[in-house]
Write a protein that binds this ligand. Structure first.
Ligand code: UTP
Length: 295
């Protein structure tokens, strides 16, 4: 039996420079795709996977993220008096005590952000969500982390979610060296490299924002040097764990949108609006009209 994954770390202390000026005063994780902020999609995905404790690694200017999961007394009183809309608010409110925050203080990289949560993670396996990577399940399917937790039940150890990209894009991402194929969606990982030059990339499978890691990664991060971009890289720490513990990659059956980039965000907004039962038909008509050049 593998120890269950009950905790998740959400690193949300990054500066979001690719999305300026929108992210000057508002955290990137609070940008809304249709009507839900990115952080809520990630927390909902965690809850679906059975995760109970959410650990936000925050920084200056990020308090709106925590408030989003708080009780909004004025709003709730007003909506209750009107007798409508309460479900929307209730769906966001956290169970008291299940959201914990730690501060990163200086954004020194994803690896450093994860290390900041070490005391709360303790000696348990834990999940990581990068909320700007929006993972949407196929209709009727399960979310990315739920698929990963199921795979974890089989193989234990460490898991990352991956997806394939065109070769010319690999140098923007963390890339895996794939080993034995365990099943259609599960592959052993024999190596990891952060932002490799295209010619040196071991595959076109990139790490895509969801992880299940063993607590030993914290000790590796502890003494780690800066890597690509002068930041403390999670990928480098994970690479050092390979060979000491099982390491697998799960290919997510679903769609991923890179909402840290403007184009990815626009694509996500359009895709999710088109898929919505309450507005999809109207959005389709609107998009067709815009594409045809009509006003
Ligand atoms: P990104 O690479 O997307 O960085 O970080 P960023 O700073 O948010 O955005 P850009 O590149 O400047 O536009 C991936 C994830 O890691 C978190 C970010 O908040 C994001 O969820 N992160 C990154 C931290 O929490 N701390 C860091 O020091 C760096």
């Amino acid at each position: 039996m593998h120890k269950p994954v009950r905790k998740a770390v959400f690193p949300v202390a990054g500066l979001g420079t690719r999305f300026l000026p929108a992210t000057k005063a508002i955290p990137k994780e609070m940008l809304a795709v249709v009507d839900r902020p990115l952080i809520q999609y990630a927390v909902d995905e965690a809850r679906e996977a059975g995760i109970e404790q959410m650990i936000f690694v925050t920084g200056r200017g990020k308090t709106a993220i925590v408030e989003h999961f708080d009780m909004a007394y004025e709003l709730e009183t007003t909506m209750a008096a009107r007798g409508k809309g309460m479900e929307v608010l209730e769906a966001t409110r956290a169970v008291p005590g299940d959201i914990i925050t730690v501060r990163q203080q200086v954004p020194m990289g994803l690896g450093h952000a994860i290390w900041c949560a070490r005391a709360i993670v303790g000696d348990e396996p834990f999940a990581i969500f990068l909320p700007d990577e929006l993972m949407i399940a196929h209709k009727g399917g399960t979310g990315c982390m739920k698929q990963m937790v199921e795979a974890y039940g089989e193989v234990g150890g460490n898991l990352i979610s991956v997806l394939e990209v065109p070769e010319e894009e690999v140098s923007s991402y963390g890339v895996i060296a794939p080993g034995r194929q365990v099943s259609d969606s599960l592959t052993e990982v024999t190596g990891l490299v952060e932002k490799p030059p295209r010619a040196e990339a071991p595959s076109n499978k990139i790490i895509s924002g969801r992880y299940i890691l063993q607590p030993e990664v914290m000790r590796v991060l502890e003494g780690q040097e800066k890597g690509a971009g002068g930041e403390i890289q999670l990928t480098d720490a994970m690479a050092r764990m390979i060979g000491t513990q099982p390491f697998h990659a799960v290919t997510f059956a679903g769609r991923r949108y890179d909402c840290g980039s403007k184009l990815g965000f626009v694509e996500a907004t359009l895709a999710l609006a088109l898929a919505r039962e309450d507005m999809g038909d109207e959005v389709r008509v609107m998009a067709e009209r815009l594409l045809s050049g009509e006003r």
